[in-house]
Design a protein around this ligand. Structure first.
Ligand code: MN
Length: 356
């Protein structure tokens, strides 16, 4: 039976960088410490700067790498077939840059990734909106990286949901970056599951789901820190986006922050010129893949900054069942909510040509 195809922009997708990317483009001393994977004994092990980051079954690693992950021509065919028009594209191997502790290594790996991405990936189609990687170990490097990314044509930058332990997102050390991002009109995209967080928190009963849910909390912390510290209040033109964490928690977090801000007034510093809810509803965006409650955040909770994301090509996402998921989500939805979640909120952060 033929059904109408639902088209949507995706706020959350990933490209798979060439394995050799850093080996080919960095001096040997840095190249040997760049992200690298080795397959043995049925496992794929990720090394960064001599440390083991992950050791996954090869079956898992292969499942998140359909051919379009690495081949942009196949990717664009997949997008057409799945009904995805524009997409925000995060790294894959590039995420490991945010587990590095050497600022020079992180800065140079980020620079190489951004140059590769602009020249060899984004150039394939204006439908692809990749997020440049910033080094987050040094604010000067982050600001210079953002300005360089803008000069390469990037619309936005990606940052880890968990920052380095000595650089939390409520810290004043970030102020020049918030100012530079606002000035450049570049939204900051925080992708969950990235940065200096433990990859595995729980073993034993429920471990898989517990560990999956653990990736959500740093996204909540990021929003809490940016709002409570006054960073977003001081920079009302700065927009931030938490990718892949779902959306209905955002208005609930706003409730919690309102209560704390009001009821603990005697402790609260700094005072804000707008309420936490007002700041969140005007400057914080969130994306989800499957969650039916995400539409209710828009329809029933007054939180309009909700974007759908396919998370292509990952297991947590909708590929290759995107049309099925989009129909389940939107067939019975208010058309205005569907428009907002598939296009409207996206257009407030990112620019993509109209579908032809
Ligand atoms: Mn994702």
């Amino acid at each position: 039976m033929l059904v109408d195809k639902i088209w949507a922009n995706s706020a959350d997708s990933h490209t798979l960088e060439p394995h050799q990317l850093w080996k080919d483009r960095l001096p040997a001393e840095l190249a040997e410490r760049a992200p690298w994977t080795v397959r043995d004994e049925g496992r794929e092990t990720v090394y960064v700067d001599g440390q083991v980051m992950r050791r996954d079954p090869i079956s898992f690693s292969d499942a998140i790498r359909p051919p379009g992950a690495e081949d942009v021509t196949i990717r664009l065919k997949d997008l057409d077939e799945q009904g995805v028009w524009g997409e925000v594209v995060f790294p894959s191997r590039g995420f490991w840059i945010h587990n590095m502790t050497d600022p020079v290594l992180a800065r140079e790996c980020a620079r190489v990734w951004n140059e590769w991405c602009a020249a060899d990936f984004a150039s394939a189609s204006p439908r692809l909106i990749p997020t440049a990687i910033l080094s987050v170990l040094d604010t000067g490097d982050a600001v210079a990286g953002l300005e360089y990314a803008a000069s390469l044509g990037f619309q936005t930058v990606y940052m880890p949901a968990t920052p380095p332990p000595d650089r939390p997102y409520n810290s004043e050390v970030w102020e020049p970056l918030w100012a530079a991002a606002e000035e450049a009109g570049m939204p900051l995209c925080f992708h969950i599951g990235t940065g200096m967080m433990a990859q595995i928190v729980a073993h034993g009963p429920g471990g898989a789901v517990i560990n999956y849910c653990e990736t959500l909390y740093p996204g909540m912390r990021t929003v809490t820190h940016l709002v409570a510290s006054g960073a977003l209040d001081r920079h009302p033109g700065l927009k931030v986006f938490v990718a892949e964490a779902g959306a209905a928690w955002v208005p609930a977090l706003a409730d919690r922050m309102e209560e704390g801000y009001r009821q603990h007034d005697m402790f609260v510093r700094p005072k804000l010129s707008r309420s936490p809810r007002e700041i969140i509803h005007s400057q914080v965006y969130a994306s989800f893949q499957h969650d039916p409650t995400a539409l209710q955040a828009v329809a029933a909770m007054g939180y309009a900054n909700v974007m759908w994301g396919s998370d292509y090509p990952h297991l947590e996402g909708t590929f290759p069942e995107t049309q099925k998921v989009l129909h389940e989500l939107f067939d019975a939805a208010d058309p205005a909510v569907r428009e907002r979640v598939t296009y409207g909120a996206f257009a407030e952060l990112f620019s993509v040509p109209d579908r032809v």
